[in-house]
Every structure is written in structure tokens, then in C-alpha cells.
Design a protein around this ligand. Structure first.
Ligand code: PRX
Length: 646
């Protein structure tokens, strides 16, 4: 493949790593991980210095993942207190609201006070070290305050993205048994209200939810019902709280947060991250992959409800003393110039977003971009899904005017931070490739049997050894953690992604090889959508697959078998689409829903998704062998009744 290669930028010699230092760091982290990470861990402040560094094994007999295990630190103190001496008056968080003209600036000194007050308020509500706190907030500074307040007292936060339904929120509250929810009256996105408090009220009516306290930020101003004895205004609580709260010492391996993510089977998993290794990874990758420089304005456009927001809006950026920008709204409101106007308003140096947003803006034409200045931009990032070379080139040429390297960062909720990504001062770029692994990351490509393939090959992507930012367990189910990630290819972490390596050793992620789909950079288990569909009284069976989508990357195509006697009609089709939206959230809305009197099954009853994927993709000439099906005729019916996704 002869991709156009973009050389390392001219400013490489002033970058945090050049080609030579990258090569040295990679080698050092590989041959002497203890030595390398002992030194790198010096970027954090430790309350109790660690003596042990890497103590890990992916083998079943002695499976363990420990980094810096006997060290103690406090994550909030690392993100705030240690900066106060030199940057108390520097802006830590720049906030831009949904409506143009609404903004806030929070200095490190103010961040310290806000976080201390909330930490004290949480203690007053009985929250102690190790307790779980659910956060269901819009993109407002209070989301960062809440995360850091938990970290300050050693509580474990679990953020639920504000676009998730009451049902999804309830499941996540129950799974980690959290007794407290921090929310807002409502959010605003693209001029539309998001009824957060009303969703919390609905979630708390579900069976098994045992929440004692709901703390409500006054934000959108909508009317809400406050339940006596349970609900309290955030403002009242923090106003009454003391402004100083000593950070508690937590073990490096103590949990910092839980974040639920979809897998190929079952309910979303509570991915649990550590305090020491995670923060080190977030800080190290933020520094090197974005070539972050002191004083620059850093903008990660992801929501804090996703791991990208955790690691780069909050933890990595603040650990490095950056000014981080939080934007509440959407790319196209009030118009398609909004992102670039914000870049100009704050003189943003680094902009980091998902390809889906770029594709949506790209198709509106270049004028929306060109009428803004953008001369402050230095590095552009991409995350969450493969970026097609066309969008890459547009990002590079139009948004960055050919001046800014594009860092295409491959990683996952599970990995805590970037894994395969170009360090801008060190690595030449190829559009569509996440390029080379970061120091400490040992990727391998294996075939279906687990044989390690060398050279230019395609196969499944595994990581051969532990890195500090790795997730430590699935909350409440350590066995599921081991089974999910370490048994497909024993002794290795299986990513779930397919990957090609080219003749230069560059990695090209080809997408998930399991039943996970990636819709607008949001991860969705097909099983979750299926279980939402079959929960409807008229549905007997459902099979959901991904299909290519111009803007979203992948769309959701659902095949639905109705109960005997139920009529297929357009009203029911619309009702089922709405039903999924309500059950999971708008991000799970099917793009196409086809009624299927029968599904293609093997004689043993297994649904042949390969065939359904081909139908969804409209590759009906490439269905392959259908002779092993129990009833090959169902395929003809499905092909004849395929719907064009809307
Ligand atoms: O398939 C890969 C894709 O997103 C998955 C991880 O999703 P999630 O845990 O939600 O984390 C998203 C933010 C890190 C991966 O298994 N993915 C993520 N980044 C890229 C990507 N695919 C291709 N290129 C990327 N840069």
C-alpha cells in the first residue's frame, strides 16, 4: 500500500521526543520496564515512595497486574495541589457553554477550593474511601470537580454519559452499588434540553437501586422535583462546606474509577482503573502524544462520560498543569463553524476529536472552516474509530492548513490511555494509520490460532505484556476480566480489534473482530441492542449487526422477528426504533430495522451473523455458503426485503 507519507514536522527538535529519543525510550521500556517506569513515575508526586515497579503476569497460574504497588499517592493532589506554588492563578479549566457567549474560567486556586469544598460535602454525606459515587452530569466544570473530589477522599467515581437512558443509568448504579448520584437539573446540547434530573428520578424507581443522596447542580434552570431527605442542591452543600480538605493517601493499586463499556456479550462491564499506573499513563501519553507544552491551551472535545474525557479532558491534562478546555455543546450549533470559532476564541493549540465529527463537518464544505483563523493550532488528534484517509487529509489540509501533524490515537477504555499513536516530533505519518506503539506497549498480530505473525501481515491485535495504564479488573467480576481478555490467546491481552502491519511496521486498525460495533466513536454491544429489542412485548427474536455508515463510521442494522400473530407495519417499526432509544439511549438508535420472519440459523440454532452483515452492507452477491443453514430460504426473504438505512 503506497499511502502518502507526511514527514515529522520542522519543529521536531523542540518536541518532547524526537525520533532518536523515541527509539531509545521504546527500547528501554521493552528491555528494562522496571528501570524505565521507575524513572517516568517521577512525573507524579508520591506520598509514600514505591519500591516495587512492575509485578505482572498474564498467565492463568499467576495472573496479576500490579504497578508501584507499595507506593501511595493522591490523584487530586497530583492534578491540583502540586501546581499551586507555580500556577495558582493560571486557568485550569476553560469552559465554553452550549450557547455562544456563555463561558467560565477556573484557575488552579479556584479548582482547589471547589474540589475541597465538594470533597468535604461528600464526606458529610457519609462517602468514605472505596465507596462508589455515580456522576451523571453534562460537560460542565462540576463534572471535573466531582471526579477530583472523589479522588481526593479515595472514593471511586463511576461516570455515566448524560446521553444514557434511565434504564442504563439504573443498571450502572446497581452494578457498583453506589449510594449517591451527582447530577444536574438538566444539560443543554445544540440548544436542546437534556432532562438529567428527571432521568435520575426515573432510574431511582428501578428495582434494586438503593441511593441515599442525590446532589443536583443548578445548571440549565429547568424545573425539577426535589425529594425531601434525598435530594440536595449542590450549591447549598458546597457553600456550607469548608474550603480545605486534606488529600488522603491511597495505594497505587487502589481504584480511581469505574467506567462501564460494552463488550461482545452480556451487560456492559465496569472497567476498573488504578490510581498510580493510570495517572502515570494519562500524564505520560498526554505529554508525548500531543507534544504538550507548558502554557498551551489543550482541547479534547470528548465528553467526560467516555474514557477519552477521563484521561485527556481531566486527568492527563491537569496532572501536567495544562489549561484544559471543556465544551458543553455540539459541533454544529449554532452553525458548522463552532469548533473553529472556539479554537480562535481561546487560541487552542491542540484539538482532539472523533472522526465522526470531522466527517460530519467535512460534508458541509470548507467555507465553515476557512472563515476562521485557526493559526493557534499546532497538533490535531483523532480518536475512537478508524479515520478514513479522506477525512484525515481534510483534517490535515483544511483544518490544519498542512501545518499540524495529525495524531491518530488507537486505544480503548480498557487501556487507560493511548497505545498506538504517532509521537509528533518522532514519527512520520500515514493517513489512516495509528502508526507505531508507544514506549511500554508490545503489540503483536496473531492468527486465529494465536500464532504470532511477523512482518507485513494482517490478523488480530494482542498486547504481549502489561503497561501501567491497563485496567485492573471488571468491577465485581474478576473472573470475567480474565475470561474476556486473556483466554482467547493465553498469556496475552486480546484487544478485540483486527489489525494490519505494513512493510514499515506501521499498524492499521481494521475494526472490531467481535460483536462490538462502533457508532460515531461510541462503543455498542450488538447483544445489548438485541436484548433491548426482545424486551418489547411484540418481539420474539432479534439480531443486530453493524454496517458501514458515511458519517457514523458504523450504523446499527437490526433484524427483528415478531411474535406469532403480530402485524408488521411502519408504525411498529418506528415504535421499536424509539423503544431501543428509550431503553439504552439515543446513541443506540437503529439506523435500519428490518422485519425478519426467520433468521439464518445453522442446524444447531446459531445465528449466522456473517450473512446478516452482508445483507446489511448490501453485499448480497457475497453471501458465501448458505448450504449449512437449517432453512436457506430465509435468506432469500431477507435479501428481497432489505431496507435502505435512513
Ligand atoms: O475498535 C477500536 C476503536 O474503538 C475501540 C475502543 O472503544 P472505546 O473503549 O469506547 O474507546 C474509545 C476511545 C479510546 C477500539 O477497540 N478505536 C479507538 N481508537 C481508534 C479505534 N480504531 C481505529 N483507530 C483509532 N484511532
Amino acid at each position: 500500500m503506497s499511502a502518502h507519507v507526511h514527514p515529522v514536522p520542522e519543529w521536531a527538535d523542540s518536541a518532547s521526543m524526537d525520533a532518536e529519543r523515541y527509539a531509545q525510550a521504546y527500547e528501554a521500556a521493552k528491555t528494562d520496564p522496571d528501570g524505565y517506569w521507575r524513572e517516568q513515575a517521577g512525573r507524579l508526586d508520591w506520598i509514600t515512595p514505591f519500591t516495587s515497579v512492575k509485578d505482572t503476569s498474564f498467565d492463568e497460574a499467576d495472573f496479576r497486574i500490579n504497578w508501584f504497588a507499595d507506593g501511595q499517592l493522591n490523584v487530586a493532589a497530583n492534578c491540583i495541589d502540586r501546581h499551586l506554588e507555580t500556577r495558582a492563578d493560571q486557568v485550569a479549566i476553560l469552559w465554553e457553554g452550549d450557547a455562544p457567549g456563555t463561558d467560565r474560567r477556573i484557575t488552579y486556586r479556584e479548582l482547589h477550593e471547589q474540589v475541597c469544598r465538594l470533597a468535604n460535602a461528600l464526606k458529610g454525606l457519609g462517602v468514605a474511601k472505596g465507596d462508589r459515587v455515580t456522576i451523571y452530569l453534562p460537560m460542565i466544570p462540576e463534572a471535573a470537580f466531582a471526579m477530583l473530589a472523589c479522588a481526593r477522599i479515595g472514593a471511586i467515581h463511576s461516570i455515566v454519559f448524560g446521553g444514557f437512558s434511565p434504564e442504563s443509568l439504573a443498571n450502572r448504579i446497581v452494578d457498583c452499588d453506589s449510594r449517591i448520584v451527582i447530577t444536574a437539573d438538566g444539560g443543554c446540547r445544540g440548544g436542546k434540553a437534556v432532562p438529567l434530573k428527571a432521568n435520575v428520578d426515573a432510574a431511582l424507581d428501578h428495582d434494586g437501586v438503593t441511593v441515599d443522596h442525590v446532589v443536583v447542580v443548578r445548571h440549565s434552570g429547568v424545573d425539577v422535583t426535589m425529594k425531601d431527605g434525598r435530594d440536595q442542591w449542590y450549591g447549598d452543600l458546597v457553600d456550607a462546606a469548608a474550603t480545605d480538605c486534606a488529600p488522603v493517601a491511597v495505594g497505587a493499586e487502589d481504584p480511581l474509577f469505574i467506567l462501564y463499556t460494552s463488550g461482545s456479550t452480556g451487560k456492559p462491564k465496569g472497567v476498573l482503573h488504578s490510581s498510580g499506573g493510570y495517572l502515570l499513563w494519562a500524564s505520560y501519553t498526554h505529554q508525548h502524544v500531543f507534544d504538550y507544552r507548558d502554557g498551551e491551551i489543550f482541547w479534547c472535545a470528548a465528553d467526560v462520560g467516555w474514557v477519552t474525557g477521563h484521561s485527556y479532558v481531566v486527568y492527563g491534562a491537569l496532572a501536567n498543569g495544562a489549561t484544559t478546555l471543556m465544551y458543553e455543546g455540539v459541533p454544529n450549533y449554532p452553525d458548522f463553524s463552532r469548533f473553529w470559532q472556539i479554537v480562535d476564541k481561546y487560541q487552542v493549540a491542540t484539538f482532539y476529536a472523533a472522526p465522526t465529527a470531522l466527517r460530519a463537518l467535512m460534508r458541509e464544505g470548507d467555507e465553515w472552516v476557512k472563515k476562521t483563523d485557526r493559526s493557534s493550532l499546532r497538533v490535531l488528534g483523532s480518536v475512537g474509530e478508524p479515520i478514513n484517509p479522506e477525512a484525515w487529509e481534510w483534517y490535515h489540509k483544511v483544518v490544519g492548513e498542512g501545518r499540524c501533524p495529525i495524531v491518530d490515537t488507537w486505544w480503548q477504555t480498557e487501556t487507560g490511555g493511548h497505545m498506538i499513536a504517532p509521537i509528533p516530533g518522532a514519527v512520520a505519518l500515514k493517513p489512516g494509520s495509528a502508526t507505531l506503539p508507544l514506549p511500554g506497549v508490545l503489540p503483536q498480530i496473531v492468527d486465529a490460532e494465536g500464532k504470532v505473525l511477523d512482518g507485513a501481515v494482517e490478523g488480530n491485535l494482542v498486547i504481549a505484556d502489561s503497561w501501567p495504564g491497563q485496567m485492573r479488573t471488571v468491577w465485581g467480576d474478576h473472573d470475567r476480566f480474565f475470561q474476556t481478555y486473556f483466554t482467547t490467546y493465553p498469556g496475552k491481552y486480546f484487544t478485540g480489534d483486527g489489525c494490519r502491519r505494513d512493510e514499515d511496521g506501521y499498524y492499521w486498525i481494521t475494526g472490531r473482530v467481535d460483536d462490538v460495533i462502533n457508532v460515531s466513536g461510541h462503543r455498542m454491544g450488538t447483544a445489548e441492542v438485541e436484548s433491548a429489542l426482545v424486551a418489547h412485548a411484540k418481539v420474539a427474536e432479534a439480531a443486530v449487526v453493524g454496517m458501514p455508515h458515511d458519517v457514523k463510521g458504523q450504523g446499527i442494522y437490526a433484524f427483528v422477528t415478531l411474535n406469532a400473530g403480530v402485524e408488521e407495519d411502519e408504525a411498529l417499526r418506528a415504535e421499536l426504533v424509539q423503544w431501543v432509544r428509550r431503553e439504552i439511549g439515543p446513541i443506540a438508535t437503529p439506523d435500519a430495522l428490518q422485519f425478519a420472519p426467520g433468521l439464518p440459523k445453522t442446524r444447531s440454532g446459531k445465528i449466522m451473523r456473517r450473512i446478516l452483515r452482508k445483507i446489511a452492507e448490501n453485499q448480497v452477491d457475497a453471501l458465501g455458503d448458505t448450504s449449512t443453514l437449517a432453512d436457506p430460504a430465509v435468506v432469500d426473504h431477507l435479501v428481497a426485503n432489505r431496507i435502505e438505512p435512513g
